[in-house]
Design a protein around this ligand. Structure first.
Ligand SMILES: Nc1ncnc2c1ncn2[C@@H]1O[C@H](COP(=O)(O)OP(=O)(O)OP(=O)(O)O)[C@@H](O)[C@H]1O
Length: 256
């Protein structure tokens, strides 16, 4: 194991993942410095979810290595999982539990004692404005509430690194701003966030670093200012990823 104090919060070394003929991730290497808020952007199908799944122990890479604070995710999965909180995209929660039960389950699973879990559960429900929904089954939550309870579960063991795949999808603007504040507070307190998003505006405002991926490869990575140069992040993204086409659509959709 490398020294945790000197290691980046997350280091991806030449990750590769194939699904049959399809190369979803094609040699991704990234260094996420401790204390950064790191955005991961790319078009649909770029390989963001696959990369983050390999980085967090959800999907075994065909090649390469992922290290969380110097701990190899695939060689020492138990140690690595103590260090990371994950909000995965599309992974089913145990939604026959109430919000409170789900956070408690995750806290106990992470090895916290019952009293600590109970205290943190109350804090998280307050912080994410879910206090009134603590005893409601998660299956009855809205999409945005489900994202928020998943974030609470990712935070309960106070991880060093938070990996968030599309955390703002379906979340209303006020809740999104509140989540952003919570994440910024977490980073100020020494935590590290890596977040995938399709909102360039959000990444530009919230993140200090960004990587642009397409077709399973890193096209650009560094501080947001380095990557965007004199353009906005959105302009730079479009430039890197291949530009927009001006499609008018089929004639049958022209109703005039
Ligand atoms: N389990 C799987 N089986 C087969 N192909 C897969 C699987 N998971 C992902 N892929 C393929 O790998 C590629 C990368 O998918 P991935 O979900 O990582 O992209 P993404 O950047 O997260 O996309 P989006 O922004 O649309 O969520 C896509 O072409 C996808 O179809």
């Amino acid at each position: 194991m490398e020294s945790a104090a000197l290691s980046p919060a997350l280091e991806l070394r030449q990750l590769v993942k194939r699904f049959g003929e399809k190369v979803a991730v094609d040699g991704v290497s990234l260094t996420i410095p401790t204390g950064s808020c790191y955005g991961l952007v790319g078009p649909n199908g770029a390989g963001k979810t696959t990369t983050l799944s390999m980085a967090t122990g959800l999907l075994r890479p065909d090649h390469g290595q992922a290290l969380i604070c110097g701990v190899d995710v695939w060689a020492q999965p138990t140690e690595a999982k103590q260090l990371v909180g994950v909000l995965a995209d599309g992974v089913k929660l145990f939604d026959r539990l109430t919000g409170e039960q789900l956070i408690t389950y995750n806290g106990l699973l992470a090895g916290l004692d019952a009293e600590t879990v109970s205290r943190r559960c109350a804090d998280l429900l307050d912080m994410l404005e879910l206090r009134g929904a603590g005893s409601t089954l998660v299956v009855d939550y809205s999409a945005g509430m489900t994202k928020k309870i998943a974030l609470a579960c990712a935070l309960v063991h106070a991880p060093r690194l938070l990996v968030l795949d599309e955390p703002f999808e379906s979340v209303d603007p006020v809740s999104a701003a509140n989540i952003r504040d919570i994440l910024q507070g977490y980073v100020r307190g020494g935590g590290t966030v890596i977040v995938s998003s399709h909102s360039m505006d959000l990444v530009q405002r919230m993140c200090d670093h960004v990587a642009v991926v397409a077709a399973g490869r890193v096209l650009a990575a560094g501080s947001v200012d380095e990557v965007r140069g004199a353009s906005t992040l959105e302009e730079r993204f479009v430039e890197l990823v291949g530009g927009r086409q001006h499609l008018e659509g089929p004639t049958w959709l022209n109703l005039s």
